[in-house]
Design a protein around this ligand. Structure first.
Ligand code: NAD
Length: 458
């Protein structure tokens, strides 16, 4: 164990255990045990799980379920070391500063990077201010302490690998981290980081809901193991990584990780096909009184909305692509139809005000540039508009969560007689199209159609 290479992971959520840990486990299964994972967390909230996992020597059962309902159980063996949490993150510092730790990876959620809509570090955030004052409650403060100790001990290079669902996740993290160090006037470490670390972009994919108590029961019934901390996810899995590791890496390509020069085509396909269709289905399903993604996806008119959006508008915009986009679309829609993954419309409908500019507007703009009227794409913001109007009227069946929502301001806007005009002429949502009369007319007609559809189906 001592001389093996260590992949330290920060962020002991379910996703890491269903995704990255699974790939490294598969490598061990193939007889290559040159790498193992040391797992820890910046925050205290994973401590109960980590304590249980330590009692199980880092092993746990992963349950996966296919769209056809086939369940599969596997004991994951790649996590060989649990790093216990304390306020000073001592175990993370100790492990991260060891020479045999060659990759430091993390999943700390999208919000864990504290970036503004312009992708700058948000210095107004209390957590960031706390870390600037010397704490370690964000990935930035934690890495500053870990890497300072590393430089003091030997200064060997290390790859900093972001595995969160963020566009250009390596670059965005790196920009945030270097801004943090500069803000702290820690120029020595900032220069060291620039020279001695890399941050490859990655695209990660496997739907992993929070494990509910019935996972433990099913695991016990199927395997006889009374696992206190099992995880469950869909059978689909994908990981695409830019091959830019500064101090070695496991042979990930042997377990079907796609090692590429640029992750961009995969990222675009995922954001526009998977993430945007997901939101489309959640908004549409909510409008006709449905609670879950799977039941919404299999409603023929909703399935058609997502299918047409991808087929008529996204595929022409993303072609040529190294991916088989039509196949990707069909696989994604089959995954959303999985009745055994009870993902809620509420979860997926969240953050519409950021998803429109991030996931949808690029397709609208590129369609016009190609001379295509984006009728099928206009349905997505139209669905959101009607959904958002219901939110303002207090008619949604659940709380709507949106990181950039200003309750008073948005309610006032959505309840005013010219709500639609304000919405479609908003450059934050629609960029240059906010000025386009063609786009405005398209949206006015599409919103009217969607209102009628929602009325007829409710
Ligand atoms: P989870 O709720 O199980 O775990 C979240 C982890 O992040 C916890 O360890 C928590 O302590 C830590 N964390 C939260 N906020 C933090 C912060 N500000 N600073 C430092 N640590 C913080 O969630 P999960 O299912 O493991 O998902 C984590 C991330 O993985 C997602 O946000 C997403 O970016 C990525 N991901 C998840 C899925 C999925 O289906 N669950 C799929 C693809 C990608």
């Amino acid at each position: 164990m001592k001389h093996k290479s260590v992949w330290m992971h920060i962020g002991a959520g379910s996703f890491h255990r269903a995704h990255q840990a699974w790939y490294l486990h598969r490598l061990i299964q193939q007889g290559d045990d040159s790498w193992y994972i040391a797992l820890g967390n910046v925050r205290n909230d994973a401590t109960p799980m980590l304590t249980e996992l330590a009692k199980q020597h880092g092993e746990y059962v992963l349950e996966t379920v296919s769209p056809e309902g086939e369940r599969h159980y596997e004991t994951i063996t790649s996590i060989k070391k649990i790093l216990p949490w304390d306020e000073k993150i001592s175990a993370l510092i100790e492990q991260g500063s060891q020479e045999n730790t060659k990759v430091i990876a993390f999943t700390v959620t999208e919000a864990g990077y504290y970036l503004t809509p312009n992708h700058e570090l948000d210095l107004t955030q209390p957590d960031i201010q706390a870390d600037l004052a010397g704490q370690a409650i964000t990935i930035y403060g934690a890495l500053e302490k870990i890497l300072t100790a590393r430089v003091a001990k030997h200064g060997k290079p290390v790859t900093l690998l972001n595995c969160d669902n963020l566009r250009h996740n390596g670059e965005r993290f790196r920009h945030g981290f270097l801004s943090f160090l500069r803000q702290k006037n820690n120029h020595d470490l900032s220069h060291w980081v620039e020279k001695n670390t890399t941050s490859p972009n990655t695209m990660v994919d496997r739907i992993t809901p929070r494990p509910t108590p019935d996972v433990r029961e099913r695991v016990k019934a199927a395997t006889g193991i009374d696992d206190h901390v099992p995880v469950m996810g869909e059978s689909f899995i994908q990981w695409v990584i830019e091959d830019d590791f500064i101090n070695g890496r496991p042979k990930l390509e042997q377990v079907n990780v796609e090692m590429v020069d640029s992750v961009l085509p995969w990222e675009e396909a995922k954001i526009r096909i998977l993430n945007a269709s997901h939101s489309c289905i959640a908004w549409a399903g909510t409008l006709i009184g449905l609670n879950y993604i799977d039941e919404s996806t299999v409603k023929e008119p909703i399935y058609q909305m997502a299918w047409r959006y991808v087929t008529d508008n996204v595929i022409p915009c993303l072609t040529p692509s190294p991916l088989d986009l039509a196949n990707y679309r069909d696989v994604v829609l089959a995954r959303f139809s999985n009745p055994y993954i009870k993902d809620t419309n509420q979860r997926v409908a969240a953050d519409g005000l950021s998803k429109i500019p991030g996931f949808i507007t690029p397709t609208l703009i590129e369609c016009y540039q190609k001379g295509i009227t984006p009728q099928a794409t206009a349905i997505l913001p139209a669905l959101f508009f009607v959904f958002f109007e219901r939110w303002a009227q207090g008619k949604l069946p659940y709380t709507y969560q949106d990181g950039v929502l200003d309750e008073a301001l948005h309610k006032k806007m959505m309840l005013s007689p010219d709500a639609l005009t304000q919405f479609i002429t908003n450059p934050t949502l629609f960029g240059e199209l906010a000025q386009s009369t063609d786009f405005q007319q398209l949206m006015i007609k599409t919103v009217a159609d969607i209102k009628q559809w929602a009325l007829n189906n409710h």
